[in-house]
Design a protein around this ligand. Sequence first.
Ligand code: PEP
Ligand code: MG
Length: 888
Amino acid sequence: MVKQVYTFGGGVKHSDPRSRDKVICGGKGANLAEMAGIGLPVPPGFTITTEECVKYLAEGAEFSDQLRADVAEALTHIEKTVGKSFGDASDPLLVSVRSGARVSMPGMMDTVLNLGLNDETVQGLVSASGDERFAWDSYRRFIQMYSDVVLGVEHHLFEEALEIAKEDNGYVNDVELSASDWQKIVKEYKAIVEKELDKPFPQDVQEQLWGAIRAVFDSWDSDRAKVYRRLNDIPGGWGTAVNVQAMVFGNMGDTSATGVAFTRDPATGEKAYYGEWLVNAQGEDVVAGIRTPQYLTKAARERAGAKPLSMEEAMPEAYQQLADVFELLEKHYKDMQDIEFTVERGKLWMLQTRSGKRTAKAALKMAVDMVAEGLIDEKTAILRVDPMALDQLLHPTLDPNAARDVLGKGLPASPGAASGAIVLDADTAEKRAEMGEAVILVRVETSPEDIHGMHAAKGILTARGGMTSHAAVVARGMGRCCVSGASGVSIDMKSRTLRIGNRELKEGDVITLDGSTGDIMAGEVPTVEPELAGDFAELMIWADKHRRMKVRTNAETPADCKMARQFGAEGIGLCRTEHMFFDASRISAVRQMILAEDEAGRRAALEKLLPEQRDDFAQIFMVMAGLPVTIRLLDPPLHEFLPQGDAEFAELSETIGIGVDTLKRRADELHEMNPMLGHRGCRLGITFPEIYEMQARAIFEAACEVAERLGDAPVPEVMIPLVATKRELAILRKLVDDTAAKVLAEKGRSLDYMVGTMIELPRAALMAGEIAEEAKFFSFGTNDLTQTTLGVSRDDAARFLSPYVEKGIYARDPFVSLDIEGVGQLVQLGADRGRATRADLKLGICGEHGGDPASIAFCEKVGLDYVSASPFRVPIARLAAAQAALAG
Ligand code: PEP
Ligand code: MG
């Protein structure tokens, strides 16, 4: 039988590697075992595996007898180690119960602390601790947490009861409540539970424990966990582990404390301890943002100009123990660690460690610094940075020279800049964002229920909470800009207005956040384009050393081409010429061409387009000098260019001198039932060769012109779209070759160029061997290949694909991340058959998947020569290609 419950602490030897495996014991459980194993002070406990969770959920929420027996035995291990018994009325063992998946999912399930308290054991805690107030406070916390998390009694009912009790006594802060006050509150809390549930708060400690285990398992399928999984591509089949651990208390007076810390700054990456703590407090007080936590180090406190003493100053000995642990953990894990600790009467206890979430900026700095420190090598540094996170750095930042109307300031919790309309709740944020509006979610504090609104918002502002609050942690994870703990912000939900400093604002007003300084500004502040410099540039150079595939870009304007080059694009993989047709200066000519009744009419219109296209291509060749440029001939269904509405028809009629009725009749004739499978792609070239002829002429004339100007000729790669048969390509290749020959003869020049095709229909992949006889290169158009292989319209998929992903039918949206199992087979097959015919066939991908790290890893396996991605994705693709090469 494979073990499903693993103990840690109390001298347990972790000989079974499963006990330190995140997949089996979750991140939290595995790291607790690992920390205990290297001799760090970890309260004893046990972990129930993720496998057990998966089994429990599959088998209809039943616990097996084996599990019950294993848990009983593991509990005995804790009891023996701490010398207390669970449920003992004189000196009870209390435990915490926490979830812990393979990757951290902040806020998926709240922790239950102080489990094991009841009306009897609370008396035991009074005598054992010698602190009556502490014991009753612990009991009321337990009832509140357990009722909220396990029994589903709403949190606010308890909060309100507490507020009323405080008001009645004239208290402002919780610390003013005495032992007997807390005892009364416990009574009230129990009454609330009984009223809500029609049964008393459970007194049986075993029932408490199993209730909590059940709640953790069930929380894996809670709505918020599902949303989090969807946003972070976490498979539903992983399950969560459950960690049960002996309690240690940070709320046993002024020599006790609790805190969270990072071994380096998770926002900037700076090598400085970074964290927050609270004296005489219990676990969740720090993250919940209810009491404002204090700085960990003296330097940080002084920098912020804060008064309350840092832990370094207030508890120097415990702080030194902690600093020693930081050093040890970084050396052991060779990465920045995110830590939870408690000091109980002067003694430090470690409750958690994990690789800390970080901003992209911090990830880059840490990776580069750690190489310099000799902690990791270049390859590890490359593998350490999440390519998708780079997206955060590839967006505009606030113009440092722009005027700022600063309304107030908070903590710089997650960098970046964002402007948008104020929204005061998550649902509104989601709704307004869906309508295309940029919104800033403003909350007193965020909770896991807000996650969809946080995702929809461009930025997040909270009035309460520190740098490690829920909002800050989640925002950093998502790469959203966040300003937290802005105490000058007060919100009135009734009138849906807010005050920032002395200014009144209302929902819908536009503000700007600077997540790097904490500034909150009125209106929209102008931004500047991002650049690739510093640590970012350094890591990219390392990545380039290790990647095999080239990275090109999909671009068609000189500005995009320029930007892509700055981001390191090594050529253009797809220039979609139709985008040039939409330009205001030529749309009339395009429409005239489409609506013409015969070839002569089309040629007349194409005549007007030729110089414009030639100029487009010349500009691109100039910007991309020295690099390959793949230009795709016209692809989309023609109706996309047709006039919309009477006004546009009238205007066109005026310009080209053909009656509106005639134009409308032609438009009707062009109507297609299923345009994506209709008269598009190379079918246009077959039926109206003069269109492709004009485009080919424009390409070669532009190439000659640029060769003249630069003294160095570009190498155009002419690409034919939507080919299904060899014959189609043969006809069109001849057309391009003939046109090239004519132009080159006219110019008296020679020029290297290539003709190739997109592989974007299943038949093309299947017949790739034959098609390669006519093609010098293939570019996999995985957008259309996905559409045609799955039989799913790419334009309509958004409406029904989400439920497909939620139900696990597709692990991810197949238009975002390649369906490797299915569509991937066609790519593999197309590449193999093509290369069998032509060994030097150049292979690339230019569908959206060319910028998706998982798809890029697949392209590396297939052995493609390059991937092509949109300009902003180029750095992501460079890093992902390096990671793929290193992983291979
Ligand atoms: C494709 O189909 O993958 C492709 C790149 O072409 P488009 O998206 O323009 O159809
Ligand atoms: Mg296509």
